[in-house]
Write a protein that binds this ligand. Sequence first.
Ligand code: AHR
Length: 486
Amino acid sequence: MASITLQPARSEGTISRYIYGHFSEHLGRCIYQGLYVGEGSAIPNKNGMRTAAVEALKRLRVPVLRWPGGCFADEYHWEDGIGPKETRRRMVNTNWGGIVEDNSFGTHEFLELCRQIGCEPYINGNVGSGTVREMAEWIEYLNSDGDSTVVRKRRANGREDAWNVRFFGVGNESWGCGGNMRPEYYADEFRRYATYCRTYGENRLYKIACGPSADGYNWTQVLMQRAGRFMDGLSLHYYTLCGDWNDKLSATRFGPEEYYRTLKRAAYMEELLTRHSALMDRYDPDKKVGLIVDEWGTWFEVEPGTNPGFLYQQNTMRDALVAAITLNIFNRHCSRVAMANLAQTVNVLQSVLLTEGEQMILTPTYHVFDLYKAHMDAKQIDCFVEADPVWEGEWSQCGLSASASEKDGVITVTLANLSCDRALPVSVRGSGRKEAAGRILHGDMAEHNTFEASPLFLKDLKDISYAQGAFQLTLPPCSVAAVELK
Ligand code: AHR
């Protein structure tokens, strides 16, 4: 028996909707063939955007989409991706598979995609191989309404009004693929670039500095100390990767040991957020600078027979549990975590959608985002969780993960039973509510949807009873649920 005690009077604040954001890079089949199939495609599309993908993302109420990278961002020159498609510059995507990028998806196309989805854009600029002027002019192209040469070019390319893009990243992984810089050097570079990242009109630019990888605490310390007052957000990248880069786990073939190891690696996000937040608190006690976890998710071996540079992996119930654990952690850290972006939306790493030609499937991770969407912009509520541990030794952890929030009088509790083979009876107390309804995703730990069959989808959570101030329910093994209490 496990229990959740809600404490509605105790809250970290509002859960930013942007925690439920996504990331799409020019990598493998994420943009091309995934989100963007081209205007002339036989696959149903609107202005080149795959209709089924747009509709699925709209259902998730995706709040923000990051683009164009990732490592690609620091080799991307935005002017190559505007103007007539026939004359756009072709380049080799050196980071991802060495394929030719024809730049047919550029600034206008990305902003059209965001318009169709109904989400805000988050554009990541190039520090590694770009210039201050190039970045400044991209922002002018995006956001200015002045009669400048740059704005005239935008208008000649068919866009009259500024797009008013708010979120802007100044470099990506500048400690690695974005230039192999030292934190002291990047802190100065950030200050220089950020100076020319201008605000146009009423649209105040939200400038995101490149932050650490995983436990790179020194990077956070140096950035906050030297450049904290020039930034609105500091990014953090952490992937659930078990083993090393040359010996990754399979996405679909694994046993209980690898299952629990992966979940434990996902739960490490808790320690990362706690420690990076503590460092940020030192320089920014009022929490003005948001922690932007703009790359997170599982990283497994690519599907056999696929291009290793395309990072195409399947998505099982194990991924669903990773998403549930991670999103619960983000919710609990909402006073510092201002945005997060799952890597990556379609066909790359922990995707919510997979495509093959015209076909498209929803992954288990998609359904977790669907379950959790009630948390967006809701007031976080503390919850105290008690449950037996699962597994033994290094990969052991509490068998129940949960978070809670309140909006319009309704309390939403999202919870996950980590055990791969045992059902878990749970009592939920302290809500002051008497009615409950829930939905659940469950399956075997390695189960996944394929282009032949999609056995994993959301079902009603039946048999929630109420007695003496507590709800009782049972979570099947390897399950994720959302319960609404009214
Ligand atoms: O998401 C894949 C890659 O992982 C990104 O391009 C990079 O930023 C990170 O290393």
